[in-house]
Design a protein around this ligand. Structure first.
Ligand SMILES: NC(=O)c1ccc[n+]([C@@H]2O[C@H](COP(=O)([O-])OP(=O)(O)OC[C@H]3O[C@@H](n4cnc5c(N)ncnc54)[C@H](OP(=O)(O)O)[C@@H]3O)[C@@H](O)[C@H]2O)c1
Length: 292
């Protein structure tokens, strides 16, 4: 069965069927470790945030069925996804990117324990924050969470080019294991300095806003996917954006937000097959420039 056919059927097919018909999403090493992370993940979907457990469960099934692992979980999603992971016996298969409220050390430890319990884990996989200044000021507390074995990786998650200098300073000062930033054909600025720096310094990079929160689909709507996209195993406009992002060697995982399991399957499909080379990436940028 061709992938695009499967995408249309995603909502109907059980995960065992989805898994049996596809390659698994590729993985990349988390710098400085022997641990790998699948290169396409899920963002903090409204289905997780609104505790729409039926759709949330399907999204997780699609992710796991394709060999994916990462889910970005903030607020109530930390518990809704955690509950579903426990029910599916999948706690060890999921890598959850958490956000904790920066509190005093004791409150942070308590919160980390509560969230880890909700996720069925001894230690949270990743804790990051959008508060760049707070992170720097409270780095001792974040490090204490790691030292206590409550958290495995720490870092920051913040989109917006205006934040890149502060994030680069955190990377330069050796304060982060992971950063999550925005990067895409339409928001390519991170490739100038931030992505090369993260690669040099051995910091893992997750990418947010691959579709600039959905606006990308409005731009490509009605456009025909270039036939040369097949040269890098790209079958949809979603994969066109994701494969551009994933072709950057500094990127560990791209986070895709959707409340539609068929879209999740489409997105995870970007994690298989070939990626565009430098000349093709330039061609892709030219396509986008003609659309804006
Ligand atoms: N920490 C930060 O500062 C920060 C900021 C922004 C984002 N983030 C993280 O990054 C994640 C993703 O970024 P984002 O929220 O900007 O969203 P995005 O992934 O760029 O775009 C999501 C939008 O694209 C649509 N979509 C997704 N896949 C599709 C497909 N295959 N075909 C058609 N439409 C599709 C979704 O609609 P459907 O639901 O209909 O599929 C939704 O409207 C977030 O969930 C969050 O975890 C973090």
């Amino acid at each position: 069965m061709r992938y695009s056919g499967a995408a249309a059927l995603a909502a109907a097919l059980p995960p065992s069927v989805l898994a049996s018909h596809h390659e698994r999403v590729a993985s990349r090493l988390i710098p400085g470790t022997n641990e790998t992370l699948p290169i396409v993940g899920l963002g903090n979907s409204v289905s997780f945030r609104d505790e729409d457990l039926s759709i949330a469960s399907k999204l997780i099934d699609v992710l796991l069925g394709q060999g994916g692992s990462y889910i970005d979980v903030g607020g109530v999603s930390r518990f809704s996804v955690g509950q579903l992971a426990r029910e599916k016996g999948a706690t060890d298969k999921l890598f959850l990117g958490n956000y904790l409220d920066p509190n005093d050390e004791q409150a942070m430890h308590e919160e980390a324990r509560t969230v880890a319990r909700g996720q069925g884990k001894d230690a949270l996989d990743l804790v990051h924050t959008r508060d760049l200044q707070g992170y720097r000021a409270q780095i001792g507390q974040y490090r204490a969470l790691k030292a206590a074995g409550l958290v495995r990786y720490i870092g920051v998650a913040r989109s917006g080019q205006r934040n890149f200098d502060a994030i680069m300073k955190l990377i330069d000062d050796g304060l982060v294991d992971f950063v999550q930033i925005n990067y895409s054909m339409l928001e390519p600025k991170a490739a100038d300095r931030l992505l090369p720096l993260a690669r040099d310094q051995g910091v893992a990079v997750n990418i947010s806003r691959p579709f600039i929160n959905g606006r990308y689909f409005g731009m490509v709507s009605g456009q025909v996917l270039p036939d040369w996209a097949a040269e890098f195993d790209c079958e949809s406009w979603a994969q066109f954006s994701l494969k551009f992002i994933l072709a950057h060697p500094a990127v560990n995982c791209v986070l895709t937000e959707t409340a539609n399991p068929a879209h999740a399957l489409d997105n995870l499909g970007a994690g298989h097959g070939r990626l565009p080379d430098a000349a093709t990436r330039q061609r892709m940028l030219n396509v986008m420039q003609n659309l804006v």
